[in-house]
Design a protein around this ligand. Sequence first.
Ligand SMILES: O=C(O)[C@H]1NCC[C@@H]1O
Length: 357
Amino acid sequence: MDFRNPLPQRLRDGLNLTIITVHAAGEVGDVIIGGVSDPPNCKSMFEKMQHFWKYNDNIRNLILQEPRGRASMCTNLVLPPCDSRADAGFLIMESDEWVPMSGSNTICTTTVLLEMGMIEMKEPTTKVSLDTAAGLVTVTAECEGGKCKSVAFDNVPSFVWELDCPIEVPGLGTVKVDVAWGGMIYVLVDAESAGMEISSVNGANLVKVGEMIKRAAQAQIMPVHPENAEIKGVSNFVWMGKPEVIGEEIRAYNAVVVSPGRLDRSPCGTGTCARMTVMHARGQLKVDQVLRHVSPIGTEFPSHIRGLTKVGKYDAVLPTVKGSAWITGFKQVVLDPQDPFPEGFRVGDAWHLGDRK
Ligand SMILES: O=C(O)[C@H]1NCC[C@@H]1O
């Protein structure tokens, strides 16, 4: 056997992605660090995201769908930033969409950028500015011995469109939902009042009922971001667990149903921001008070509101979310030109197929 040149020529010639595999609080947010060209003539990361949606969405399908991907994972693409203040730019791929912002993915990407030496790590604290499709996000990483121990990101302002908005859900009746922006657009429902228990063993039911409510909300309401009319429509769903006051802090479980229907393994950074703005609007969370948001697998994002602002006509909060990520591997992904599934596939045993055939 000759191992000197193990990769056949036809695989070396085609798509060849260098990926660092990583998870934050259990949620996979792999990071592509090589093999994808920067789209030309884009003035913002939002324009780069639109470019991929329009011309290169096949890469998202290839990476996230089977056989290379799976339902419960995301992938990030590191690119040069457009904002001159930023150290790096990145775009976020989820199963059903490119999303403007994501918490677990910001934590994964920052950890990879620092631990792989793509941005210089300074101990004990490294400040990083990341250009995202939702805007500039500043990150403070606690670092020690070459490890990025934690990542706290100052998210874009979050605000509420609706509190207690009645939605007619076929099979369930009227359900009251909150609608908020946390870097993605969320519908949020109090789990206890809907008779839902947040636990991993109840995962299938949380997904099934959450998807029913989310799809009904998508059909009945159309929130539009006041500063970017192209960001519109509900993306994900949050089950809000009962808040428990512990000293000065609040601890609460949550379960986020990520489209097309699976639970976020992490406490969901953008969902946490959406929830904090809802809790603040209801007088349940004060500025600087910690919300320790807990995922169905028990991982935590300690978070807080660092100040108040306005987004268009809406009162908004400035949310900060903290978590940790761990690199799990390194891989090269290729596409054989003869592969019958150049964009992968989904099977109903593991995927909510939704409207797909
Ligand atoms: O942390 C978050 O914001 C997310 N986790 C996966 C789905 C959401 O983007």
